[in-house]
Design a protein around this ligand. Structure first.
Ligand code: ATP
Ligand code: ATP
Ligand code: MG
Ligand code: MG
Ligand code: MG
Ligand code: MG
Length: 269
């Protein structure tokens, strides 16, 4: 095609190719969800509808985009890990990040009604994104551990904070004051002795967040296909077995070794 004299402006585009051999992590976070959750009457401290919708949107990202091997989410954030060898969009950071963010955001709106039947969506939500590269399996596992530890710390705080308000009758200021300077053990103790709540019995979804991975659907699906053999006039019917995979949620610990030993094919050697 003939080039126009304007063509040179393309030279202004900068190279943002992600370093080879690294895991590419895209983390999304809801924009101003403190306000969004209030306006849409999220249950405090945890709204299960909202968590379900986040997970559904992340599932859509994994199904529609190539090469995401694991995703982890909690609160208003989700991290997507592309396999080290991915060549999707020539590993261009901006392409990967914007495709993840837009697929996620449009899914969040698209599936809203399935999760919030009675609650209308009042305005279009947005998500920011960032790209981080991790060169080793250890670094990647530490990244995911960091996000899960964050989930734990925040959830323990939020559970204590809202229990003091909802069951203890404190104001938000009093609850904040009560928790100032407390360690994890103190919060566990407040929940247990004042409210008869054993934090360890709180749902795994809330304490551990959501991990999405690809898993084989068993048994393998047998499909019959009509194929035209080379050098043959007629078509022939053959049966092939396909191992179908689908995205499955887990609410378990991913900091220790057990999860990774049970799913050895997520990380590349
Ligand atoms: P920013 O735009 O900087 O991310 P933010 O208001 O989204 O601002 P975050 O640190 O991301 O701040 O916190 C997200 C907030 O969204 C939480 O503090 C909580 O109030 C709310 N939130 C997110 N998910 C849920 C949920 N499932 N149930 C109840 N509240 C939620
Ligand atoms: P990619 O994912 O690489 O961008 P693409 O199919 O979106 O692939 P584009 O070069 O962006 O390719 O072209 C967009 C195409 O979408 C156009 O070629 C046209 O077929 C279609 N399209 C976009 N807007 C309209 C419109 N308003 N009316 C009709 N067709 C449209
Ligand atoms: Mg933030
Ligand atoms: Mg946010
Ligand atoms: Mg957040
Ligand atoms: Mg296009």
């Amino acid at each position: 095609m003939a080039k126009s004299k304007f063509e040179y402006v393309r030279q202004f585009e900068t190279d943002d190719t992600c370093l080879r051999n690294c895991y590419i992590v895209v983390r999304l976070d809801g924009r101003n969800f403190h306000k969004f959750s209030e306006k849409h009457n999220f249950a405090k401290p945890n709204d299960n509808r909202a968590l379900g919708l986040m997970t559904r949107s992340a599932q859509s990202v994994m199904e529609e985009l190539e090469d995401v091997v694991i995703a982890y989410g909690q609160s208003d954030e989700f991290s997507f890990v592309f396999k080290r060898t991915s060549t999707w969009f020539k590993r261009r950071a901006s392409k990967l990040m914007t495709h993840v963010a837009s697929q996620f955001s449009s899914s969040y709106v698209f599936y809203w009604k399935e999760y919030f039947a009675e609650q209308p969506l009042l305005y279009p939500p947005g998500f920011d994104g960032r790209v981080v590269l991790y060169p080793s399996n250890r670094n990647l596992r530490d990244y995911l551990s960091w996000r899960q530890a964050d989930c734990h710390v925040n959830n323990l705080y939020n559970t204590s904070f809202w229990t003091l308000i909802q069951k203890g009758g404190l104001t938000t200021i009093q609850a904040e004051e009560r928790l100032k300077g407390t360690l994890a053990a103190d919060k566990n103790e407040i929940l247990f002795s004042d409210f008869d709540i054993n934090y360890n019995n709180e749902p795994m979804l809330l304490r551990k967040g959501t991990t999405l991975i690809w898993e084989k659907v068993r048994p393998n699906e047998a499909v019959t296909k009509m194929v035209k053999l080379p050098n043959a006039e007629e078509q022939k019917e053959i049966t092939v077995t396909r191992s179908r995979k689908r995205v499955c949620p887990h609410h378990c610990d991913i900091i220790g070794d057990q999860f990774w030993e049970e799913h050895p094919d997520i990380l590349e050697r």
